[in-house]
Design a protein around this ligand. Sequence first.
Ligand SMILES: Cc1cc2nc3c(=O)[nH]c(=O)nc-3n(C[C@H](O)[C@H](O)[C@H](O)COP(=O)(O)O)c2cc1C
Length: 186
Amino acid sequence: MSEYLALVACGAPLAARVHEVAAAAQRHGWVVRVVATASAMNWVDAERVEDITGHAPLVEQRRPGEPKRFPTPGHVVVCPATFNSINKLATGIMDNYAAGLVCEALASGTPLTIVPTVGDALWGHPALAPHLARLTSAGVRFVDPGSGRVGDPRPTGGDVDAFNPEWAIPTGTAARTDRVARPGPR
Ligand SMILES: Cc1cc2nc3c(=O)[nH]c(=O)nc-3n(C[C@H](O)[C@H](O)[C@H](O)COP(=O)(O)O)c2cc1C
């Protein structure tokens, strides 16, 4: 299995902690690449991401002819996942690099963990429940950012301060534990 973990941040306040999630994944032996939506970059601390992973967050698609920037990941974590990006994933819309990476993971059976941060104001939107059900039946592992509970996604209040980055890390699928994770070549 690929030792690469793609960590995708969407545009919500929890994206400010994506470097903490990257560090936690590295402690578990993953080689991490952070991918961010344009909205997420309002929160992501790009310098800290680069310090921890050795690479700046990837936002744009590679250019035609440019080689792939990292190998196919063994796991994709979306943290945080917005209402917008969850709905796009469920309906197969890949209009930015992050969305494309996550759609490809779902389509190819790459294990996917999603940490949704969707509040009460949007939870009742009629698109959301069927999309969450579709993603759950496709094997997506949902993790609640306020409690770490797995499965049965619920609205997120303002309590993401309680979020523990370890909760987002896939369990039982850890990459190599016999190596010290370090940044790869730039
Ligand atoms: C201050 C602020 C906080 C936001 N928090 C959330 C949030 O917690 N969850 C969410 O789904 N969208 C939230 N949004 C809206 C998203 O940023 C917006 O829908 C954006 O288009 C998402 O794009 P993305 O899915 O490509 O990252 C927030 C927007 C702002 C300005």
